[in-house]
Design a protein around this ligand. Structure first.
Ligand code: HEM
Length: 528
């Protein structure tokens, strides 16, 4: 189910809830909260600050919840355009959601004012159950526990640590390419999704837990991918609607048994598979891995076993789908653009002619076009709708607007990356816009606003700590595919090419994936 779909309520609704006894009390409570919030805004308006534009399409109690359309980020981009504003406010039940379409504002809020804009919104399951009351990194508020854990994670995933694992990562990419080639039918090609998922999962497993799943049929692969997907789905807002609309508390009452059982199953899996099997094995193994580093620095960062368990689960969930979906977008964008593939291959051929070997990530500075293609693939199609939201700990003033304390702040990834004030001809796929940008994506995301390339990795104190790891994997994948192969579209029964649609996207929860597609992976000497 989509993360922010307008079908939440029709899909999930228990028909009995609307007539449930006690609705009046809940409605009164909801009205009171809404009234209090409106009073705050009115007070801020009186102080002469500008009013954040609000789209018209809203309903009593639900606000804009029911007007979001099927691809929410696109609906929100339309609202930005209709209202002619890079900042808009949505009323999501009792919550205020502030949507940003402009990197300057996002930078001012999340980086310059990051001290009060780096908390996460509270959600009952993710915070209380999944994060055991605030452990781990992803769902924790911005307090001391998060700071300790985040520091440990940033140390563990720092470029110099990832570099220690570069051979392992490049070997994993070699397996990926082998899998794609072996399974690519000469006519129908191969659907790359499971192989990309396997590569990304193995990236986390090998670097963090000194373990790997052997194939897409391996039971470990199937069970962990299910854990990742279920955790994302279970932790998404539609499973916590009473956070937005208190009268929906009835939904929790009616669905409580089933939902509770599903949640308990996930947490039990985590204890059995992650804690008792994988973490234990990794600690006893002679191989190097991040979990061992985390245990080595555990006391220095005040972490206990449960902090490490939730953190490991966070890395698995935050690192697997995001990286495989990024690679999936890159492949579909490139199969549709043979002229870009040719330029990539020309750069690789020139390198091979000079150095008599296939390059690696370490040769990145000699491969400026491939580095530019990597960035443009990331910019052109957003992997997440909104990254992960932040919360204002205090009223925050930005460019004459006031973002009220408690409001949930999102970057509209589609809006920012297609904003003509930020990128020239944003609808055009044009790697040249990033040609000769020297920094890595890791450096750009952690650097000054004017040196940023794209915003897929988020912002400020919460910026993704896994950038370098996924950057090495993505870059190595481009190198290893195009050194020897070309991506071509599948053929129909008349032998004509059928190019996959890279405009449509599936709203798969937190991530946005391409619609299912196939590519033919063709040996270069065999291509025309
Ligand atoms: C292309 C791949 C990836 C993308 C697009 C991505 C994107 C993001 C985004 C947008 C955020 C939220 C930032 C914010 O709140 O402003 C985030 C956070 C996070 N990511 Fe990634 N990520 C990727 C890969 C990874 C990998 C490989 C790992 C770990 C191995 C990882 C671990 C995390 C963690 C732990 C957080 C939470 C940080 C915090 O809340 O302090 N990510 N990521």
């Amino acid at each position: 189910m989509p993360l922010f779909s307008s079908t939440w309520f029709t899909n999930n609704r228990d028909p009995g809830f609307a007539s449930a006894v006690g609705a009046t009390a809940a409605v009164t409570l909801a009205l009171l909260v809404v009234y209090k919030q409106q009073k705050r805004i009115t007070a801020s308006q009186r102080s002469g600050l500008k009013e954040i534009p609000v789209p018209k399409e809203q309903y009593p109690f639900f606000g804009h919840l029911l007007s979001l359309g099927s691809v929410v980020s696109r609906r929100i981009t339309e609202w930005h355009n209709e209202l002619g504003s890079d900042i808009i406010q949505l009323n999501m039940g009792i919550q205020k959601w502030i949507m940003l379409n402009d990197p300057k504002m996002a930078h001012e809020i999340f980086v310059t004012k990051g001290a009060v804009a780096s908390a996460r919104p509270y959600m009952a399951f993710t915070y209380q159950k999944y994060a055991m009351g605030g452990k781990g990194v992803v769902y924790t508020d911005g307090g001391k526990t998060w700071r300790n854990t985040r520091k440990a994670v940033v140390t563990t995933l720092a470029p110099k640590m990832v570099e220690i694992f570069r051979d392992v990562i490049e070997q994993e990419v070699a397996y990926l390419v082998e899998n794609l080639v072996a399974n690519s039918d000469p006519v129908t090609g191969v659907d790359p999704v499971h192989y990309l998922q396997l590569a990304s999962l193995n990236l986390i497993l090998t670097t963090c837990l000194a373990k790997r799943a052997k194939s897409v049929n391996d039971d470990l692969f199937k069970r962990l991918i299910k854990y990742v997907e279920d955790s994302i789905a279970y932790g998404s807002p539609e499973n916590d609607v009473s956070t937005y609309v208190p009268i929906m508390k009835f939904l929790d009452l009616f669905n409580g048994g089933k939902r509770k059982a599903e949640g308990e199953r996930l947490l039990a899996f985590r204890i059995k598979t992650l804690k008792e099997d994988l973490i234990k094995e990794a600690r006893n193994s002679s191989e190097k891995c991040f979990i061992k580093t985390l245990y080595e620095i555990k006391d220095e960062h005040n972490l206990d076993d449960n902090d490490i368990l939730v953190t490991m689960s966070d890395l698995l969930i935050a690192g697997t789908d995001t990286t495989s979906v990024s690679m999936s977008w890159a492949l579909i964008l490139l199969v549709n653009r043979p002229h870009i593939q040719k330029k990539i291959q020309a750069e690789l051929d020139a390198f091979k002619a000079e150095h008599k070997r296939v390059p690696t990530f370490g040769d990145r500075s000699n491969l400026p076009y491939i580095a530019a293609v990597q960035r443009e693939c990331m910019r052109y199609r957003n992997i997440t709708h909104f990254g992960i939201p932040h919360v204002a700990d205090e009223d925050i003033e930005c460019q004459g607007y006031i973002l009220p304390k408690g409001s949930v702040i999102f970057c509209n990834m589609n809006g920012i990356h297609m904003n003509p004030n930020v990128y020239e001809n944003p609808e055009e796929f044009n790697p040249d816009r990033f040609f000769n940008l020297e920094s890595t994506m890791y450096g750009a995301a952690n650097g000054r606003l004017e040196n940023r390339d794209h915003y897929q990795f988020g912002w400020g104190r919460r910026v993704c700590p896994g950038i370098y790891l996924s950057e090495v994997e993505l870059f190595s994948t481009l190198i290893q595919i195009f050194a020897d192969y070309t991506l071509e579209p599948p053929l129909n029964e008349k032998g004509q090419p059928v190019y996959p649609d890279d405009n449509e996207a599936i709203d798969a929860g937190i991530v946005m994936t391409p619609t299912p597609y196939s590519v033919r992976v063709v040996k270069r000497s065999a291509t025309a």
